[in-house]
Ligand binder design. Structure first.
Ligand SMILES: [Zn+2]
Length: 413
């Protein structure tokens, strides 16, 4: 029996109906690296100086073309990423966190616990305001450390806890190097700080994979920054301050590299349009992707979604068969390319069956906009779709064969 996806208008949260019992195998490592300009990270990855972040990008979804769409300071930016709502809702516009509205729009661990009360969530940060000025956040433990090296060591220790479900691990020194020397790819101390942060991420990823229970757990790894910088500061509207990056890798995360243009800012100039937000991985998506990943009880989510009033969208691959993704080998390696696409794209299914395959292109509200049925006895199907007529935005491409359906996100530019 198939389950139908249900779509939550505007939120595009698509939840899968797993049993509550299976929840504790879904876990998230959320790596926050403060103040890393997109062009600087891109250069360090290209130069081989950030192999660990590169590994996350190479296996999951990633973008160097995300933009901070609010105030380019840490307080509001991390609030976007940890609440899943924009500044107009969480209320944080500065690093003193004055105006915060976390009682109405809390951090996502608090939301997860409404459906998964046993979640064990730990935050490690060397930037005290993020701990001291935030409330209603759902952390079981908020650990303030003096240095990034200490944060890394504490993260490694915390990852030995078999009960741990969610770890937020924060590194501050790239931002400090930018303030001290300049936020710029031409500034050696800044670039060295990025390379060093990557090596610390590598130590934490090693600790994650060394968990005795790792093979039976399903980890999502998120890595992101809050803002870039210009000269020795940030907080303003320049492209160098607003242009950011992030990545997500793990079970059910599609492998996609997203490029795109600036969708605009809620704080400076013309606000982004909904279509522009749909095409871009944006900061509020990070919290919603993590939330979506950690909660498998779709009925619980359904009963809370209106009250949560989240802004972000999830980047999980949608799995609609009760057989579960692992048993559903038919489509395990199918790909959409190019993705994002401007018009013509190709669906390739390496292990196609000899039965017909139905391909549907759906809007995120569930409306089908394109439908094709392909009959083939080839074991390697390549199907071209002309999507030139679609308006720009994010869509689901759904394949159905032998009573099984899987979906992937597709960006139309
Ligand atoms: Zn800063």
């Amino acid at each position: 029996m198939k389950k139908n996806l249900f779509f939550l208008a505007a939120l595009t949260l698509n939840f899968v109906g797993y049993s509550q019992d299976a929840d504790n195998e879904y876990k998230v490592l959320f790596i926050g690296i403060d103040g890393v300009r997109s062009d600087a990270l891109q250069q360090q990855i290209a130069n081989g100086n950030a192999p660990n972040i590169k590994h996350i990008f190479d296996t999951g979804m990633s973008t160097y073309d995300s933009w901070n769409m609010g105030t380019t300071s840490s307080g509001p930016s991390w609030s976007n990423m940890l609440t899943g709502v924009w500044q107009s809702k969480h209320g944080v516009s500065n690093n003193n966190y004055t105006g915060s509205n976390y009682n109405t729009f809390p951090y996502f661990p608090k939301r997860v616990k409404e459906c998964r009360p046993d979640l064990k969530a730990v935050q490690i940060t060397s930037w005290a305001p993020m701990s001291d000025n935030v409330y209603n956040d759902g952390w079981n433990n908020k650990i303030i450390v003096p240095t990034d090296d200490a944060a890394t060591q504490v993260a490694i220790n915390q990852l030995q806890d078999p009960q741990l479900d969610l770890l937020f691990y924060y590194l501050n020194d790239c931002d400090a190097a930018g303030h001290g020397n300049g936020f710029n790819p031409t500034v050696t101390p800044y670039m060295n700080a990025i390379a060093y942060a990557d090596s610390q991420v590598g130590q934490v990823l090693d600790a994650l994979e060394a968990r005795p229970t790792y093979s039976s757990e399903k980890w999502l790894i998120l890595v992101c920054t809050d803002h870039g910088g210009s000269g020795t500061s940030h907080g303003g509207n320049s492209n160098d301050e607003r242009h950011i990056w992030w990545g997500a890798a793990g079970y059910q995360i599609p492998h996609m590299t997203i490029t795109g243009s600036d969708p605009g800012s809620f704080t400076f100039g013309t606000p982004p349009t909904p279509a522009a937000i749909q095409q871009t991985p944006v900061q509020t998506d990070i919290a919603v992707t993590a939330l979506n990943y950690l909660i498998r009880d779709s009925l619980c989510v359904q009963s809370h979604a209106a009250a949560w009033n989240l802004d972000g969208k999830s980047w999980l691959v949608q799995e609609e068969s009760t057989a579960g993704l692992e048993q559903n080998k038919v489509f395990s390696n199918w790909k959409i390319s190019p993705n994002p696409t401007t018009g013509i794209c190709e669906i390739s299914i390496p292990n196609a069956t000899d039965e017909s395959t139905q391909i549907a292109v759906c809007q995120l509200d569930g409306t089908t906009v394109h439908n094709t049925t392909v009959s083939s006895n080839s074991s390697n199907q390549q199907i071209q779709l002309d999507l030139s007529d679609l308006t720009s935005g994010t869509y689901l491409i759904r394949l159905t064969t032998k009573g099984q359906t899987t979906s992937q996100l597709m960006i139309k530019q």
